[in-house]
Design a protein around this ligand. Structure first.
Ligand code: R5P
Length: 296
């Protein structure tokens, strides 16, 4: 039987997974010393146990990463039989190449640290895979990248009376998610073209999209600064969309993201609970439970 440990980034999500899946939980002590160093203690005997460690690495990824490494290495040293690392939001994925000379290819460095931390398997959700077609090209241990788009599509149909809907991906990469959501809702989808000017600024290339008088849902993996969502919303409203709802898996919501998107005219915004936030209304606990049970 699997036991769940929640890192401090995902304490509540870990309890939800345990409750939905009927798994037991194992407590840990995790705190920060006055000098900023992390202290971790596993409370209980883990010898021979199968354990899933849940830690979504959002907003303060460095601190959550260190805590995760301390937990998983310790579980391994204490004789856990199998350790599954569940990292719903996997950080540093967007720095997957050396865009400018001298830059760290962060994704490679972070993924090596994680796969060498004593874990046997890794699960992520809608990991930002730009130059990779699968997570197995990144990790040398078994890895699974789940998608939350089915959960998002179900939430949209259950909670909005969508009229003549169309699903829009704000850029080329988001076509996979727009297509998936559209296939579940059984409606059209299209994508926009985005040019990134800086980390904070994006431009959506103007073009005709058939949204006049229709309900539009924009789907993406991440809302970070909100620039992508805000610019896409402005353009779709200009083209005559009736209501525009923004949906994403990971609501990072850096800085003023929420204000920026609502000011752009969003009718509503939804996200999953991979990252806790005021818009994280779609739970991915069931998706993770089904996957974890599949390994039993
Ligand atoms: C980028 O390609 C991603 O899929 C998202 O569109 C992007 O990370 C969103 O970032 P922001 O909210 O800062 O525009």
């Amino acid at each position: 039987m699997l036991t769940i440990i929640g890192g401090s980034a995902s304490t509540y999500l870990a309890y939800e997974i345990a409750r939905v899946g009927g798994f037991s939980t194992l407590p840990i002590i995790s705190r920060v010393f006055p000098d900023g160093e992390r202290y971790v203690r596993i409370l209980g005997n883990v010898e021979g146990m199968r354990i899933a460690v849940i830690q979504s690495m959002y907003r303060s990824p460095d601190s959550y990463l260190i805590e995760f490494l301390l937990i998983t290495h310790t579980l391994k040293e204490l004789g856990a039989k199998e350790i599954i690392g569940v990292i719903p939001y996997f950080p540093y994925a967007r720095q997957d190449t050396r865009f400018n000379s001298g830059e760290a290819v962060s994704l490679n460095i972070i993924s090596h640290l994680i796969e060498n931390s004593g874990i046997d398997k890794i699960i992520t959700i809608d990991m930002h895979l730009h130059r990779y077609s699968s997570v197995s090209e990144i990790f040398r241990i078994p890895a699974e990248n789940l998608t939350a788009m089915e959960e998002i599509a179900r939430y949209l149909t259950d909670n909005y009376d969508l009229r003549d809907p169309v699903i829009i991906g704000p850029d080329e990469e988001s076509e996979q998610w727009a297509k998936k959501v559209a296939s579940i809702i059984k409606c059209d989808y299209d994508i926009l073209e985005k040019r990134r000017i800086s980390a904070e600024e994006v431009e959506i290339v103007p073009r005709e999209v058939n949204v006049k008088g229709r309900d539009v849902v924009i789907v993406d993996d991440i809302i970070s600064t909100g620039g992508t969502m805000a610019e896409a919303i402005k353009m779709l409203l200009k083209l005559g969309a009736k209501r525009v709802i923004g949906a994403c898996t990971h609501a990072i919501l850096a800085g003023e993201a929420l204000g920026k998107i609502y000011r752009a005219g969003a009718y509503d915004l939804i996200a999953t609970n991979t990252v806790p936030s005021p818009i994280s209304v779609v739970s991915i606990a069931g998706l993770l439970v089904r996957t974890l049970k599949g390994y039993e």
